[in-house]
Ligand binder design. Structure first.
Ligand SMILES: *[C@@H]1O[C@H](CO)[C@@H](O)[C@H](O)[C@H]1NC(C)=O
Length: 375
């Protein structure tokens, strides 16, 4: 519309130009004319004096001969208009709505016509509008936040919880959690018979473990390996060295204290990851490119959460924070991984697998300091 207006103004300027040049010539002839200062919006200059403007809906047919009088005004012809008091020699041409627009106001001699995109299409006012664009439709897994208007596109948002996911939660996840709980309980009972005195203090992420079992000099890790039986490869059963740093394959595993809920809570922690690694991370955890791009319109933090939620839906009960951490380690993002582990433990959402059993098993849990949280 603004382009059209410019064309109209240009045409108008071209038609007015000779008149302007004429009066300018007259002004130059008469030195006093150069000093003619007419009141804006009320008067217009003519030769060496000012004339009063014609009212809206009219134009100046003949300029005044006596200063500060109104010359001859005439009504705007059909399909032209002037919206304000003016000193125009011609009225302005009414805007014609395009075929993809509809008229929302007919042109009168005091108001230009108004057009808007037809229903189902839009043009944003901050962009040049040569034609109306089709409104987007929200996908089945999205909901409409804002309906399309003639000046703005539809706004969609991914649905948070569909009835399907609720069904999955009730029908699948809860039984899984119960099953895991039962297995854990059985495992715990077994474990209790192994270690008779294990004092554990869950001091933030740092776990101080004092093994008072002096019958044999084995560590808990070793016991675990022994109890795990013949499934473990031979080499891994070599005596455990207390001082040796953890090797890749021996990375301590985290287990959630509150099942999938803990996992979900940990998603925000992954914001930690350097943004340059986000897309590589998403691909390595098995998301498809179109799934990753589908979340591109969100902030990095929201995208991370959204895509991890998608990953969790795809993995189902197999979803495991250890797999996510393993990917971070494989991307050489050790620091991020460790920060995430630290926070996950501090938040008491996760514990190390080798500690969990003891935290519960040993009834003696000591806390040092004020900020500690029991697991
Ligand atoms: C969008 O329009 C439909 C029908 O015109 C209406 O039912 C719905 O509530 C509107 N949605 C919003 C977000 O305004």
């Amino acid at each position: 519309m603004s382009a059209k207006y410019m064309v109209v103004s240009l045409l108008l300027a071209l038609t007015i130009y000779p008149a302007v040049k004429l009066s300018l010539g007259a002004a130059l002839r008469d030195r006093t004319a150069r000093h003619v200062l007419c009141q804006e919006n009320l008067e217009y200059p003519h030769e060496s004096h000012c004339c009063l403007n014609c009212p809206a809906g009219q134009f100046v047919k003949e300029a005044c001969t006596k200063p500060l009088t109104r010359g001859t005004c005439a009504a705007c012809p059909y399909d032209t208009y002037t919206e304000h008091d003016n000193g125009l020699m011609q009225c302005l041409q009414c805007t014609k709505c395009r075929t993809d627009e509809e008229v929302t106001r007919q042109c009168s001699n005091t108001q230009n016509s108004q057009c808007q995109c037809k229903s189902g299409s839009f043009c944003s006012p901050d962009q040049a509008c040569e034609f109306c664009k089709k409104c987007s439709r929200c996908k089945p897994d999205e909901e409409t936040v804002k309906n399309c208007t003639s000046t703005s596109n539809t706004v969609c948002k991914k649905k948070i919880a569909t009835s399907a996911t609720v069904l999955v939660t009730v029908g699948v996840i809860i039984p899984v959690i119960v099953a895991v709980g039962v297995v854990l309980l059985i495992y715990l009972k077994k474990k209790l018979s192994f270690s008779n005195f294990t004092v554990v203090s869950c001091k933030s992420s740092e776990v101080v473990k004092v093994n008072m079992d002096d019958k044999n000099n084995t560590t808990l890790e070793e016991e675990e390996r022994q109890s795990a039986g013949p499934l473990e490869p031979q080499q891994e059963r070599e005596p455990f060295l207390k001082e040796s740093p953890p090797v890749h394959s021996q990375r301590r595993r985290l287990i959630p204290l509150n099942g999938q809920e803990s996992l979900k809570k940990s998603f925000d922690l992954f914001e930690e990851l350097d943004i340059n690694y986000h897309n590589r991370f998403f691909r390595r955890i098995g998301l498809k490119d179109n799934e990753i791009q589908g979340a591109d319109n969100q902030s990095p933090a929201d995208k991370m959460y959204e895509l991890l939620r998608l990953w969790m839906e795809k993995e189902g009960s197999k979803a495991d924070i250890n797999d996510l951490l393993e990917v971070l380690f494989s991307l050489d993002q050790k620091l991020s991984a460790e920060t995430i582990i630290h926070k996950a433990i501090t938040n008491c959402d996760f514990v190390y697998e080798d500690v969990k059993t003891d935290c519960v098993a040993a009834d003696i849990v000591t806390h040092h300091g004020i900020n500690e949280k029991p697991c």
